[in-house]
Structures are given as structure tokens and as C-alpha cells.
Design a protein around this ligand. Structure first.
Ligand code: 13P
Ligand code: SF4
Length: 303
């Protein structure tokens, strides 16, 4: 039996589902029951009824959100090392300090944060709904973190004052993209359109015909009449884009745009995780209760 068949067998025996982020390795995406962006995966995990185990093929903060939103399930993270560096950039202590400095400003946190930070915010957002979340607040000044680029993008779209917390938060993978590469690619493919993730720099966003979350990019790619699409996000998304659009050409705007954390999840590790039921993601209930409120508020905002 090959590894894929072994995983399928274990999934049935143990009543498990595999949820995979759009940046996962092609072979991991292909054995997943569902592939999506961070909000879609959170919603799936929250609404999962039948499965007893959720294998979360992604990074730490996404698996934590699943554990917070559906505490009755056993949530497994195949690789313990799969940690998003951006989520480590904003600590609970830093949030407390900044809240004390701006007591009237609500705190909006990107889901790319640890549960202990989410527990201190008013509402969460993802890159798919950040603009709508900030617009839903009755406040003109908002503390927003940890991604500074997303914060600037949301400020442009909403006209509100967003105070980035910390001042310098970033995604190392999305900072690899540079507008000069897009200029060269556009010269080679004059009919191409450009889509980028809002974690890219302002200069990269300026080159784009479309800015959005990974799944919103998938929708844009399906709907655009353009046949060639330059992509400014982690290279894993191209597997799904190519599978869903056989008649279109996708070109990554920078070929080494890899999130090493996402890539720590291999098929072998998914199998081992399911077989040995490791590594179980646990969030202390006092923290989970508060983080859940912030996440549930996000789901109430229409986007
Ligand atoms: P999405 O919400 O667009 O899937 O993005 C998550 C992420 O980690 C981007 O780097
Ligand atoms: Fe974190 Fe960036 Fe990787 Fe997304 S791509 S998980 S923000 S390091």
C-alpha cells in the first residue's frame, strides 16, 4: 500500500479529516478533504461534526484556531515546527502595553497570531475580510496587527487610522516579492494580469490588478478572462490554481517565494501524525474562551 492509501485507510478507521492550507505541498493538498485559505479552514473546523480528529496541514496559529473553535475535536499538527514567524511577532505583553497607550482604540488582530494574543483583542480578521471587519467597528482609530502591510492596505481601503502593532510586523515570504520582477514579467507577457496577497509591500500591491486572500485569488483567477496570471504569493497556491484552470498559465512573481514553515508538513508527517495521534494542539480553556469570542465576532461580519 502506498502512503496515500495508508492515510486514506487511517482516515476512515479513525474518523479523521485532513484540512490543508493553500500553501501546502501538492501531495498534501491532494490527500486533503478540504483545501482553503485561513478563514475557510477555520470555518470548516468550527462546523465539523462527524470527524473525531482534525489533521491540520498548515501552521501553528491555524491549528490553534481550529482547537479553539471546536474544542470537542482532537486537532493534530503534523509538524510541531510548523510555526508562522509573523504570529510570534506580537506578544500578549506588547498588546497590553499598547492598549494602555491607546485605551479608546479597539484592537483588531489578524488570525496570524497566537491564541494568547487573540484572547486580548476585540475582534479577529483574515486577509479575506480585514477591510469589512475594520469597517464594522464604530471607531476611526484602530490598533491593528501584526502585519504592517495588511494594516496599510486596510487603512487605504477604509480611510481609517490604523496603528500598526508592532510597528514592524511582516511575513518573510511575502517580502521576497519585488515590483521590478513584475515589470520584467509584464514585458514578457503583456496580456498578463497580476494578483498579489495583501501581505506584500505597498509597491507590489501597486503592480496588481487584484489584491486578496489566497482563496479570493483562486476566485479571481477563475473569473478573469485573462489567460496568463502573474501570482504574488507563496508558490504552493499555484498547484491549486493550475488544477482548477487547465486553460490558463500561472507564473510566480518570484520563483523562490516559499514559506518554509508551511512546507514542514510532508505526507510522511501527516501519516505519522494520524497513526500516533500526535501532535495534539491544546489551548488552555481560559485563553480559548476569550480567543473564541474574538473569532466568533469575525464570523458575524459579512464579507
Ligand atoms: P490566507 O488567509 O490568504 O490563506 O493567508 C494566510 C497566510 O498565512 C498568508 O501568508
Ligand atoms: Fe506566516 Fe508568511 Fe508563512 Fe503565511 S506565508 S504562514 S504569514 S510565514
Amino acid at each position: 500500500m502506498n502512503l496515500t492509501d495508508k492515510i486514506e485507510k487511517l482516515k476512515k478507521e479513525k474518523k479523521a479529516v485532513v484540512l490543508a492550507h493553500n500553501y501546502q505541498r501538492p501531495e498534501v493538498q491532494d490527500i486533503a478533504d478540504y483545501v482553503g485559505d485561513s478563514i475557510e479552514l477555520s470555518r470548516k473546523a468550527m462546523l465539523e461534526k462527524d470527524a473525531e480528529i482534525i489533521v491540520f496541514a498548515a501552521v501553528d496559529f491555524m491549528a490553534e484556531s481550529a482547537a479553539v473553535l471546536n474544542p470537542a475535536k482532537k486537532v493534530l499538527l503534523p509538524s510541531l515546527g510548523a510555526r508562522c514567524p509573523m504570529a510570534q511577532m506580537l506578544t500578549a505583553d506588547e498588546i497590553k502595553r499598547l492598549k494602555a497607550q491607546h485605551p479608546d482604540a479597539p484592537v483588531v488582530l489578524y488570525v496570524n497570531t497566537l491564541a494568547s494574543s487573540k484572547a486580548l483583542c476585540d475582534i479577529c480578521c483574515t486577509s479575506a475580510n480585514a477591510v469589512e471587519v475594520v469597517n464594522s467597528l464604530d471607531a476611526d482609530t484602530v490598533l491593528f496587527g501584526p502585519d504592517r502591510n495588511l494594516s496599510e492596505y486596510v487603512a487605504e481601503k477604509t480611510g481609517k487610522k490604523l496603528i500598526p502593532i508592532p510597528e514592524w510586523g511582516f511575513c518573510p515570504t511575502h517580502l521576497l516579492f519585488q515590483p521590478e520582477d513584475v515589470t520584467i514579467l509584464k514585458q514578457q507577457h503583456p496580456d498578463a494580469v497580476v494578483m498579489v496577497h495583501p501581505e506584500c509591500s505597498k509597491e507590489m500591491r501597486r503592480t496588481a490588478d487584484f489584491v486578496g486572500s489566497t482563496s479570493k485569488m483562486c476566485r479571481y483567477a477563475r473569473e478573469t478572462p485573462a489567460k496568463t496570471i502573474i501570482v504574488g504569493t507563496e508558490e504552493g497556491l499555484l498547484h491549486r490554481l493550475r488544477k482548477e484552470n487547465l486553460d490558463k498559465q500561472f507564473i510566480i512573481a518570484y520563483k523562490d517565494a516559499v514559506c518554509p514553515n508551511m512546507k514542514l508538513t510532508t505526507l510522511d508527517r501527516v501519516y505519522a501524525s494520524l497513526k500516533e495521534e500526535k501532535h495534539v494542539v491544546k489551548v488552555p480553556e481560559a485563553t480559548a474562551e476569550k480567543a473564541r469570542i474574538a473569532l466568533e465576532r469575525m464570523f458575524q461580519v459579512k464579507s
